[in-house]
Design a protein around this ligand. Structure first.
Ligand code: ASP
Length: 430
């Protein structure tokens, strides 16, 4: 099918090239022109809008894609008991692996203590420089639901409003129930609607094909915009913090994923990473699990051979609920900020951080910096000033790119595990 060709090797190489060239050109422009008004103009008026157009084209297809693929996925499973079993397995996998990620982060941040050595003047400087941005985030945090409220709001009052507001948990809940209901109807009754949804899914695939053709340019524009205006001085000032987050992410990515893929997915980890590289590059460049979802669905089915009904169920759920990188980042950041303020968090408080990080991973929107408002709530819960998030905002984009890569790759490991454990034979293309 022509639409499938878009993920061919040539395109993946082109996207990778876009990423490397974008980073190189951005760093070069920064070195030559610094944050000059002309460079700021180019970024704000040319590359950023271009990148955003590409990103929005991907996000545009997420709502129809999630509805169609989840409903079809659930209906395709056929039997409600099977759905319950797969659902339980998927969510348990999400929770357990997210907790592991958070623990890795906490172990590292306790060992390295990156916040302990941060000079007082750096602290004051960062707090002052990013206080405006922190206030904006605080407003968002004020509107964010958490705890019981989050649980109640998973059930949407109006599924159309949930879709319109990009309320993914609400949309997912409705699609699950709707798919389950369709699977109970007699075949002849359900068939016409399933046919329509299949056509919706197919049309979305064609759109993905078009949008992904533009990926090398979109990725170039996004990466250029980040690197050209990035505050590299901040990277130096927050070096130990950044390195701690990155080391944690790397351990989870290479270590934990290899173990999971080998033992639970029964696949060679190197083969796994090679087959998922389009997903990895897209997640890294977009910093958005939701924007990556169309690619994740396509590649997991085509390159790993995970059956459509499992992909359609596990991956949309994962893009919203399963965020290993985010959880790890949250754990490290809360402790880092505590260390900067000279506050020692007891073991019990750190356990609260683990639980909250796991919950946050479920509640976080899969968009760039989606976790920051929720992180501010955690800071408050453990007795730290939420505005102190200003300390890390300057380096957030770079960390977001890396943590999103884990968030999405973690979803793919889950799909692989669920497919294997359900006894499916995977048929990855060569
Ligand atoms: N950008 C992340 C994602 O989409 C969420 C976050 O950690 O801010 O997965």
């Amino acid at each position: 099918m022509a639409a499938e060709e878009h993920l061919d090797k040539k395109l993946t190489t082109k996207i990778l090239l876009g990423l490397l060239l974008g980073a190189f050109a951005g760093v070069l422009a920064h070195a030559v022109a610094g944050p000059s008004p002309r460079l700021v103009w180019v970024v704000e008026k040319v590359t950023q809008p271009a990148g955003q157009i590409w990103l929005r084209s991907l996000i545009m297809i997420v709502v129809p894609l999630v509805f169609a693929s989840l409903t079809l996925g659930v209906a395709g499973l056929g039997d409600i008991r099977k759905l319950g079993r797969i659902g339980l397995k998927t969510v348990s996998y999400f929770l357990a692996t997210t907790a592991v990620a958070t623990l890795i982060g906490l172990l590292l941040v306790n060992a390295v203590r990156p916040g302990a050595g941060l000079p007082q003047e750096t602290r004051e400087d960062l707090l002052a420089r990013f206080s405006g941005q922190a206030q904006q985030m605080a407003q968002q945090a004020g509107q964010t639901q958490f705890g019981v409220e989050l649980l109640v709001n998973i059930v949407p009052r109006n599924p159309v409003a949930a879709a319109a507001n990009f309320d993914m948990l609400g949309l997912i809940f409705f699609s699950l129930i709707f798919g389950a209901a369709l699977s109970i109807l007699p075949e002849a009754r359900a068939r016409p609607l399933l046919g329509v949804l299949e056509a919706v899914g197919d049309a979305v695939v064609v759109i993905i094909h078009w949008v992904m053709k533009l990926a090398p340019y979109g990725v170039f524009a996004l990466i250029f915009s980040v690197t050209a205006l990035f505050g590299y001085d901040l990277l130096r000032k927050l070096l130990w913090y950044v390195l701690t987050v990155l080391a944690g992410l790397l351990v989870h990515f290479l270590g934990v994923y290899s173990i999971l893929v080998h033992f639970l997915g029964r696949m060679n980890p190197l083969d796994f990473f090679a087959r998922t590289k389009t997903i990895i590059v897209t997640a890294f460049s977009t910093s958005s699990s939701s924007a990556t979802l169309p690619t994740t669905l396509q590649v997991t089915e085509r390159n790993l051979g995970v059956p459509r009904e499992i992909c359609g169920f596990v991956l949309p759920l994962g893009a919203t609920m399963n965020m290993h990188g985010t959880a790890l980042f949250e754990g490290v950041t809360v402790l880092f900020i505590a260390q900067v303020f000279g506050v020692t968090l007891s073991l019990e408080t750190q356990l609260v951080v683990v639980v909250m990080a796991v919950l946050i991973a479920i509640g976080t929107a899969g968009v760039p910096s989606g976790s920051i408002p929720l992180l501010m709530i955690v800071l408050q819960v453990v007795g730290l000033p939420p505005e102190s998030i200003a300390l890390v905002l300057g380096v957030d984009r770079i960390l977001d790119m890396c943590r999103t890569t884990l968030n999405v790759t973690g979803d793919v490991t889950a799909a692989l595990y669920v497919a294997r454990s359900e006894g499916y034979r995977l048929d990855p293309g060569s």
